[in-house]
Design a protein around this ligand. Structure first.
Ligand code: PEP
Length: 251
């Protein structure tokens, strides 16, 4: 099994102005200097340039929260991979459940976006996960299987290992209700088996994160699970001390 470097990614959602981004990074960056896990911050579009400039001399990388699959065109309000790359952005969250729920982001759109990000040179952080109703109805496995199969359908087997997947059960996002370590491990092991069915090399290399109410107090035990390679953190990543403590928990 190849060693997988854990990744901790901060999804700020629609939080933090440029000024607030500067204040966060002034406090956070000195705490993120020690070698160890990969650290990624994902600010809203207007703060990306500031974040990239401030992170330049650090180990912290910057990713966006969405992109369009086309490089350019008549898509009002959208942003493309080349535009993000020009800013120095290194990755992009794709398929977050809030975008699936509020912006009608479909698995079919993700099947175009994920390879477009990879081909442009951005690391996609693909979010998948079931709702509470789907879990209660015993549909978790089927939902995850469909999302992984469709969303990654156009990614060549040799490139699968370059994708980061975040398993985010929707019922755990922003609710304070974290998946148990067993639930996180079980779902993430299933995702790894789905990748293995296409490429055993990719299954060993691909990072699969857990997301859903990760906090300094529960990050360590979640990330210690054998298949959990880090965390995508929403609410707790808005506070520099909390996010730094989550990064420390992954060391
Ligand atoms: C998220 O939105 O990706 C997330 C995991 O949020 P939270 O940590 O607030 O549950």
């Amino acid at each position: 099994m190849p060693e997988r470097t854990p990744q901790l990614a901060a999804n700020w959602k629609m939080h933090k102005t440029i000024e607030e981004t500067e204040a966060f990074l002034a406090e956070f960056l000195p705490r993120a200097e020690e070698p160890g896990p990969e650290v990624v911050v994902c600010p809203p579009f207007p703060s990306l340039k500031t974040a990239v400039e401030l992170c330049l001399q650090s180990r912290v990388r910057v990713a966006a929260q969405n992109m369009h699959e086309e490089a350019e065109g008549a898509f009002t309000g959208e942003v493309s991979a080349p535009m993000l790359l020009e800013l120095g952005v290194r990755g992009v969250i794709l398929g977050h459940s809030e975008r699936r729920q509020y912006c009608d982001e479909s698995d079919e759109a993700l099947a175009r976006k994920v390879p477009a990000a990879l081909e442009a040179g951005l690391e996609p952080i693909l979010c998948v996960g079931e709702s509470e109703g789907q879990r209660d109805a015993g549909e978790t496995e089927g939902i995850l299987t469909r999302q992984i199969e469709v969303d990654l359908a156009n990614v060549a087997d040799e490139r699968l290992g370059q994708v980061v997947i975040a398993y985010e059960p929707i019922w755990a996002i922003g609710t304070g209700r974290t998946a148990t370590t067993d639930q996180a491990q079980e779902a993430i092991a299933l995702i790894r088996r789905l990748i293995e069915a296409r490429s055993s090399e990719a299954a060993g290399a691909i990072r699969i994160l857990y997301g859903g109410s990760v906090k300094p107090g529960n990050a360590g035990e979640l990330i210690a699970q054998p298949d959990v390679d880090g965390a995508l953190v929403g609410g707790a990543s808005l506070d520099p001390a909390d996010f730094a403590a989550i990064v420390d928990a992954a060391r």
